[in-house]
Design a protein around this ligand. Structure first.
Ligand code: F6R
Ligand code: MG
Ligand code: MG
Length: 370
């Protein structure tokens, strides 16, 4: 079987009654665009969904990552959906389409992208995980647990096909540098970096020598686009997405989902300025309400069949996540009671990327030496 590329590209191009949820008509317009592309043979298959106010395009094709044709298709699809948003006078219509025109690649134009090219196995399960009201570093905790924590992933201990561990590609998104690090050998160094989730972000995970899978093909990829760095001013958080392959020498699907049974704290939520729990929900419940949140995560499972997407399974629809949601809601209340105080509100350093500096600027003149 030749290589397949899976591209998950997302953008907020408008939502209903605030930054809440994507209107059905935008989904339909996106489906129509991608159906045309499927009929023309540009893509093999697609699935359109949403989490919160983000429109999500999952596509399979053979054009490789960073393909101009595929990125143009995504851009045109978001443009078409944004037109509907403008017609319906939806809130934030066209929000994440930061450029006037497409220029070869959607990277740097606003949308978030997770793409990987690989040789599909006999059976290839993939999981698309999508978050709203948070940032790329929100994946660090989960990806580390999945691929490096033996308390999460029993396969790291039990399965000889993955006992050797994995290689992490970590990006410094402020200095625009990257480093490849090996787990378990460099586990503590990896954590020293990725615990600072606003700066060091896991971009990809690769198998190691000894794995039945090729070591140069990623098994997980996460979007790392930061809107602030593109536009130079606050334009919302950079709601991230990831694609993770599972089973047969990789973490089992249940090991991929397990970290989300803990509603850990992420940055984002209201005005991209607050820490709050990430709550796993079904697509049906993937809308942001309370204090524009709390931050949500959905996970959809598919099998690839000659590039076709068989599925999805809406994993977090499962009542097994009810207790997680209850804890998330209690933590949301606990955090909310702090109002504008840290650590509910983000640290001063992180608030630099919000609208707060504009308010503080006005007070500058009033300060006198003591
Ligand atoms: C967070 C988010 C919302 C908005 C908030 C204010 O990522 O999108 O919490 O920041 O609703 O939005 P505006 O400034 O558009 O009224
Ligand atoms: Mg929005
Ligand atoms: Mg969003």
């Amino acid at each position: 079987m030749s290589k397949i590329t899976v591209s998950l590209i997302k953008a907020d191009v408008g939502s209903v009654a605030g930054h809440t949820t994507v209107h059905e008509k935008l989904i339909q317009r996106a489906q129509k665009k991608l159906e045309e592309a499927r009929e023309s043979g540009l893509i093999i298959d697609y699935f359109v969904t949403h989490v919160g106010d983000d429109l999500q395009l999952l596509m399979t094709h053979t054009k490789g990552v960073d393909s101009e044709e595929i990125h143009k298709l995504a851009w045109d699809t978001f443009k078409a959906a944004a037109e509907v948003a403008f017609e319906l006078k939806l809130y934030g219509a066209g929000q994440d389409l930061l450029a006037e025109a497409f220029s070869g690649n959607v990277r740097g134009l606003g949308p978030g992208i997770a793409e990987m090219e690989f040789t599909p196995r006999k059976s290839e399960p993939i999981i698309a995980i999508m978050m709203d009201k948070t940032e790329p570093g929100a994946f660090n905790y989960a990806i580390f647990k999945i691929f490096a924590d033996p308390f999460n992933t029993a396969g790291l201990v039990i399965d000889p096909k993955m006992h050797q561990g994995f290689v992490f590609e970590i990006w410094d998104i402020i200095e625009h540098k990257r480093v490849f690090m090996r787990a378990p050998e460099e586990m503590y160094d990896i954590l020293a970096l990725i615990g600072a989730k606003g700066r060091f972000v896991i971009k990809r995970v690769f198998p190691k020598e000894g794995s039945p899978l090729p070591t140069d093909e990623p098994v997980a990829v996460i979007s790392t686009e930061k809107l602030y760095f593109i536009k130079g001013e606050y334009v919302g958080k950079d709601d991230p997405v990831a694609i993770i392959r599972s089973q047969s020498g990789l973490p089992a699907t249940g090991e991929v989902l397990e970290p989300f049974s803990f509603p850990y704290l992420v940055s984002g939520w209201m005005r991209g300025s607050h820490n709050g729990p990430i709550m796993p929900v079904s697509v049906k419940d993937a809308m942001c309400t309370r204090f524009d949140g709390p931050p949500r995560v959905i996970a959809l499972g598919f099998n690839l069949a000659d590039g076709k997407l068989i599925g999805p399974v809406d994993f977090f629809e499962d009542p097994a996540y009810n207790a997680t949601r209850t804890i998330a809601n209690l933590v949301a209340t606990y955090m909310r009671l702090h109002g504008p105080f840290e650590p509910h509100r983000l640290s001063t350093e992180e608030m630099e990327y919000t609208t707060l500096p504009k308010v503080l600027d006005k007070l500058k003149e009033r300060f006198e030496p003591v």
